[in-house]
Write a protein that binds this ligand. Structure first.
Ligand code: CAA
Length: 295
């Protein structure tokens, strides 16, 4: 936390005023020599209590194609936000035109099997799905290939009305390589996942909502503010219990029902070893808001 406290500067009021919910949100951008300097992303803390980390992918000329340097910056930003005790949730977003148009094809074009296999190419992208804090993807525009996969590594996807989700790798002679063939099927079912991966054709935000890939569709200009609002709501709970809850829901996604149910029960029991469980229930009984201490 001290790290962030030393290294944040308030963004000019004019920049904040351009946000649709400007009155509600304060925004701070990491901007000192000691903070990591980012070339392809912008990292801020937003929300009335500046407790929501916002990572904005920022390679507009390449439609936020996910080059190696960009994804390494995302990993570093997540490391920092995870260490920041004030931050209760993280939002990853892009521009109105593109969340991300996929892995960087131009960077990959001369790769060889021995290089990608030997170097475990794209393995470090898993950092996103390993974040202990909840991560919300706010997707406007294209979320294609690695962009769709990046969104699916997040815990919640909110989509702008203009969003397009797809796995078009088949059209460039490869297959999804960052979870597309595995995570998509868990959200949209086998038939639709096969259709998307084998034809390469994208689906709209509205279809994605109907299929359960995204939880809500919003006007593009309101999307990030709504994601931050959701992050603030999550951050208002005990961060300790939120992490346990996220871990438990993730088990359903990643293991069998029996294993998941056992994990949930053990984790539920474990909440009874925390101060915040006692505080939450006591506050309810005393008809007052809880004062969580993340312990
Ligand atoms: N990699 C590198 N550069 C990309 C890119 C990508 N994935 N997507 C777009 N760009 C670049 C374009 O080359 C172009 O650059 P120049 O101006 O230097 O030519 C710039 O971004 C703008 O793109 P377009 O001119 O193509 O914009 P458009 O509006 O006409 O089309 C689009 C938009 C439909 C998204 C189109 O850009 C496109 O099809 N992009 C590729 C999508 C794709 O195949 N993604 C999968 C990548 S592979 C992958 O992700 C593997 C994995 O599983 C991890």
């Amino acid at each position: 936390m001290a790290y962030f406290c030393q290294n944040i500067l308030k963004i000019a009021a004019s920049s904040i005023a351009s946000q649709s919910n400007s009155a509600r949100f304060a925004a701070y951008r990491l901007a000192s020599t000691a903070a990591p300097s980012y070339q392809h992303i912008i990292v801020e803390k937003q929300g009335a209590k500046t407790n929501v980390g916002v990572i904005t992918l920022n390679r507009p000329k390449a439609l936020n194609a996910l080059c190696d340097a960009l994804m390494r910056e995302v990993s570093t930003a997540l490391d920092e936000l995870e260490l920041d005790k004030d931050v209760g949730a993280v939002v990853i977003t892009g521009s109105e035109k593109a969340f991300a148009a996929g892995a960087d094809i131009k960077e990959m074009v001369n790769n060889t099997f021995s290089k990608v296999y030997g170097g475990n190419f794209l393995n470090h992208w898993n950092r996103v799905s390993q974040c202990k804090k909840p991560v919300i993807a706010a997707v406007n525009g294209y979320a294609l290939g690695g962009g769709c996969e990046l969104a699916m590594m997040c815990d919640i996807i909110l989509a702008g009305e203009n969003a397009k989700f797809g796995q078009p790798e088949i059209a460039i002679g490869t297959i999804p390589g960052a979870g597309g063939t595995q995570r998509l099927i868990r959200s949209v079912g086998k038939s639709k996942a096969m259709e998307m991966c084998l034809t390469g054709s994208p689906i709209t935000a509205q279809e994605a909502e109907k299929l359960g890939l995204v939880s809500r569709v919003l006007p593009p200009k309101e999307l990030v503010a709504e994601a931050v609002k959701m992050g603030e709501k999550i951050a208002s709970h005990s961060k300790l219990i939120v992490a346990m809850c996220k871990e438990s829901v993730s088990q359903a996604y990643e293991t069998t029902l029996q294993e998941g149910l056992l994990f949930e029960k053990r984790t539920f029991h474990t909440t009874f070893a925390t101060v915040d469980r006692k505080e939450g229930m006591t506050a309810f009984a005393e008809k007052r808001p809880p004062n969580f201490t993340d312990s």
